[in-house]
Design a protein around this ligand. Structure first.
Ligand SMILES: [Ca+2]
Length: 185
């Protein structure tokens, strides 16, 4: 199991934990160390805010199963599919001379990593970072090359060789989460 995966799972568990705490608070009017767990059975351990219990398979599967649709909440599902922003931030810091502004645009590693984790699509990201059309296309191309394992094309495009493993894992995962829309297929 890769550290990235473990961190991502930890982030999702935190999000799920805060949803549980929220529901507990709504029901009992109190929270704190004495309040743990939820009333859902083991087979369907995830509590909707609206009170139903779901198995993990129903979270972010594209169909609303909670009455209020919280299992398909955009922020929840984007975070579930993306690398943790702390991992992205370390990657961007390490290779900033390649990535900023050449690939990701202008911004601090902190800001850019958060936007890459949270923005639904490359166009939303491009707007927030004020990318030109040319910069946006370069970002799309870099992510596609990384996802497809085209090392040589990435190097010809300016990638330092030792950035490849992380670029492949991190950008590949962002593309797989639907960041490029129909362009990423
Ligand atoms: Ca669902």
């Amino acid at each position: 199991m890769s550290p990235n995966f473990v961190t991502a799972v930890a982030v999702v568990l935190c999000l799920l934990g805060s949803a549980t705490a929220y529901r507990q608070l709504m029901r009992t009017g109190k929270s704190g160390p004495g309040v743990v767990g939820n009333d859902c059975p083991r087979s369907t351990p995830w509590p909707c805010k609206s009170g139903q219990c779901l198995s993990f398979a129903f979270i972010c599967d594209g169909r609303a199963d909670c009455i209020d649709g919280y299992d398909e909440d955009k922020a929840l599902c984007t975070a579930k599919d993306r690398p943790a922003s702390i991992i992205l931030k370390m990657f961007i810091q390490r290779f900033h001379y390649w990535l900023i502004p050449g690939v990701l645009g202008e911004g601090s590693p902190d800001t850019l990593s958060k936007l890459l984790t949270e923005e639904r699509s490359v166009d939303d990201y491009a707007k927030k970072v004020n990318l030109t059309a040319e910069q946006r296309n370069k970002l799309v191309r870099t992510m596609e090359f990384a996802r497809d394992g085209r090392v040589l094309d990435l190097i010809l495009d300016g990638m330092p060789e030792d950035a490849y493993r992380e670029a492949y894992a991190l950008f590949g995962r962002i593309v797989d989460s639907g960041f490029l829309g129909s362009e990423g297929i």
